[in-house]
Design a protein around this ligand. Structure first.
Ligand SMILES: [Zn+2]
Length: 327
């Protein structure tokens, strides 16, 4: 099982609510923001347990935790029902329910997932409850971004943010579900701190091919005479150049950190071996290559021909190495 709880427990968001609970000062409304839309519901469930568990921290064993895990806690309402958006009828139901006493717990919890999809009508209808919440009612809204929310809504909720997680933390949380640790490390390095993205990348065969290609390019592409071979190889392996560009951006940023003596901030520790084996690079060449990668990315997005762009980019890598060799 993916260990979402271990990730969440270290966050300021979690500690904030835990502190609110400990001091009996729970807010009547929270907004949980995470860029990871795939994991949003899991995060909301952890916060629901934090809010309703009889123990201080979600224990997973008490009646409240078990009922929430089973999706049947009579005082915890989760919206939207099924996969649609929250409707006006849902909000009418919420408003009615807020006036009824809780059954199991001493509070009632209304969880609204994907708040970024809430229509203005729904938000306006919800606003009244946010403005004058009945006692013991907590509204928890989860969202991937908060700009679609009305400022009047935002001003009445306590904002919590789930940060991007480090590669180590992602690996730890996912290692049980993703047993190929090399593949997992690679996926987590490219996941931008997101559990959902790491899982997607882990299942993506492409990423192994891209890493292999990058490693061969760095070690074996010595002169312009090799460029055509490498660009043909990329085409044969059916690697999309944008995937290569993103792997190269990470690699050369890590190399830049390494060469400037900041080994600690290297994002993908697996890059370190390759960086140490790579020859002929200076800080100047890394900067040059990173600039060209940005240019290549926008050219590809503007539909530049992949084969020509690959050759151009590979020349730029060599150019970067040679031009800055003596500086
Ligand atoms: Zn519990």
């Amino acid at each position: 099982m993916i260990d979402y709880a271990s990730l969440i427990k270290d966050t300021t968001a979690y500690k904030t609510v835990l502190g609110d609970k400990a001091s009996s000062r729970l807010s009547h409304a929270y907004l949980l923001v995470t860029a990871d839309g795939n994991s949003l519901d899991e995060y909301l469930k952890i916060f629901a347990k934090l809010l309703l568990c009889q123990a201080q921290e979600p224990c997973g064993k008490c009646r409240a935790c078990k009922l929430i895990d089973g999706g049947v806690h009579p005082d915890a309402y989760f919206y939207p029902k099924e996969k649609q958006n929250v409707t006006v009828d849902d909000v009418s139901e919420i408003i009615e329910e807020t006036y009824l006493k809780p059954i199991e717990s001493n509070k009632k919890l209304f969880v609204l997932s994907h708040g970024e999809n809430l229509s203005l009508v729904v938000q306006n209808k919800l606003l009244k409850t946010l403005e004058e919440p009945p006692a013991n009612v907590i509204i928890l809204i989860g969202a991937t971004v908060d700009f679609p929310l009305l400022s009047t809504v935002k001003s009445r909720v306590k904002r919590l943010e789930i940060p991007a997680f480090s590669q180590e933390k992602l690996i730890n949380a996912l290692k049980e579900d993703c047993p190929d640790l090399d593949k997992l490390a690679n996926a987590c390095a490219h996941a931008e701190g997101s559990v959902g993205k790491a899982i997607e990348l882990y299942g993506d065969e492409n990423i192994g091919k891209v890493t292999q290609f990058l490693s061969e390019m760095v070690l074996d592409m010595k002169s312009s005479a090799n460029v055509l071979d490498f660009s043909i190889k990329l085409a044969n392996e059916k690697i999309e150049i944008l995937d290569l560009i993103s792997a190269m951006q990470l690699f050369y940023r890590d190399m830049l950190s390494y060469l400037s003596g900041n080994e600690k901030v290297i994002v993908n520790k697996k890059n370190l071996d390759l960086i140490k084996k790579a020859q002929g690079y200076t800080l100047g060449s890394c900067v040059h290559i990173l600039e060209k990668l940005t240019e290549a990315e926008s050219r590809r997005r503007a539909n530049a021909n992949q084969q020509m762009l690959t050759e151009w980019l590979l020349f730029q890598v060599l150019e970067g190495k040679h031009k800055w060799l003596k500086l």
